[in-house]
Write a protein that binds this ligand. Structure first.
Ligand SMILES: Cc1ncc(COP(=O)(O)O)c(C=O)c1O
Length: 397
């Protein structure tokens, strides 16, 4: 008999991980599944970063690190923030964690008290509302549809704010939509937030380096918010290092200190060898980042072209990350061979079974009319996946 805590009973398992698992199960049975459900680059970690990790093993970086990470890594992160973002931080404002995932969760656990409200624009990354639940907070979802490029307006943000608002989570470039807020759009949101000094802004910038608009823009650049923005970032996506599990925050000292206390009792510092690899990522040659970004941009152009051949899927052109998030509601109410499509979960299941293409239904991201497809895979796989989807979707009537 299951007897989990109330806290755990309120949590949902990650739908993106579940879809990946389902597709792996089919693959294990010999089915040729093309997996567009994954949220990670398909590139190997660059050689010089792997080399640094091998050296760290030989140099016996095998002991506990300081809880917020080695001073050298935190210094390298401060230099990265200055060099790439024009933001000035000191190492005591940086806390390194087991991926950006733990970094976001740490901040929520550190600032949210029971009943506090956390404003989350939808579509959102699946874990945000679950983490808010874990922190005993209440998610206030602000919907932004495809007609507004999945980005909230300042008026929507203003309308969502109440005296209980404690935090606002912004993700740009966005998972799952690929939308990117411009400097002007961020400035307009910052003007609203400037009037509400109790709100902590959690700016998830994990897709910073996968951006097709040019220079990355951070909401931390606006001085009116500077003492309450927490930048979340890490090496997972930009350096093809998802498995190494290094993410971090750059935060006001009181938040960094709170996360340090939390992490000190919970997980301690992240893996010592992975920290040395992350340090090499930030201090070494950056050309690998641009090479991978270019490959993603080429694939973005390819999938935008391929999807235009499926008139039933409505797309906003993504400007960052490696996902497309088409509206698939055209197919709701249709069926084929006794399989009825009532929603995007049915469509994801239909595409898996009929086309052997794995995608993730939009409901998990707060956008039930949409479906997420990742283009972090080869051109050949993408072409094959779209060919199969064209046929399977044409069969629905
Ligand atoms: C928006 C967003 N934030 C954070 C993360 C977590 O990244 P990490 O692998 O560094 O924990 C992900 C990973 O999918 C993500 O998509």
């Amino acid at each position: 008999m299951s007897n989990v805590s109330e806290r755990l009973a309120a949590l949902s398992p990650s739908e993106t991980l579940a879809m990946s698992q389902k597709s792996n199960e089919l693959k294990a049975k010999g089915v040729d599944v093309i997996n567009l459900s994954v949220g990670e680059p398909d590139f190997n970690t660059p050689e010089h970063i792997k080399q640094a990790a091998k050296e760290a093993v030989d140099r016996n970086f095998s002991f506990y690190s300081p809880v917020p990470g080695y001073p050298a890594l935190r210094q390298a992160i401060c230099e990265k923030l200055q060099r790439e973002n024009g933001l000035s931080y000191s190492p005591d404002q940086i806390v390194c964690s087991n991926g950006a995932k733990q970094a976001v969760c740490n901040v929520l656990l550190a600032v949210v008290s029971r009943g506090d409200e956390v404003i989350i624009p939808a579509p959102y990354w699946v874990s945000y509302p679950e983490m808010v639940t874990l922190a005993d907070g209440h998610s206030v979802i602000v919907p932004a549809g495809i007609e507004q490029d999945f980005k909230i307006t300042p008026a929507q943000l203003e309308a969502a704010i109440t005296p209980r608002s404690k935090a606002f989570i912004l993700c740009s470039p966005s998972n799952p939509t690929g939308s990117v807020y411009s400097r002007e759009e961020l400035e307009a949101l910052a003007s609203v937030l400037a009037k509400h000094p109790q709100i902590i802004i959690i700016s998830d910038e994990i897709y910073e380096h996968i951006n097709y608009l040019g220079a990355h823009q951070s909401i931390a650049q606006f001085s009116s918010l500077r003492d309450r923005v927490v930048v979340v970032n890490g090496v997972s996506k930009g350096y093809a290092m998802t498995g190494w599990r290094i993410g971090w925050i750059a935060a006001p000292k009181w938040i960094a200190s709170a996360c340090n206390t939390l992490q000190g009792q919970y997980t301690s510092g992240p893996c010592s060898v992975a920290q040395k690899a992350a340090e090499a990522a930030y201090t070494g040659d950056q050309s690998c980042v641009e090479e991978m970004r270019c490959a993603f941009e080429r694939r973005r152009n390819l999938v935008v072209e391929l999807i235009s051949r499926i008139p039933g899927l409505k797309l906003n052109e993504p400007h960052g990350a490696f996902y497309i998030f088409p509206d698939c509601s055209h197919y709701f109410g249709k069926s084929y061979k006794g399989m009825s499509i009532r929603n995007s979960s049915d469509l994801a299941m239909y595409l898996l079974e009929e086309a052997h293409v794995a995608c993730v239904a939009g409901a998990a991201f707060g956008a039930p009319d949409c479906i997420r497809m990742s283009y972090a895979t080869s051109d050949e796989n993408l072409k094959k996946a779209f060919e199969r989807m064209v046929t399977a979707l044409a069969n629905l009537s």
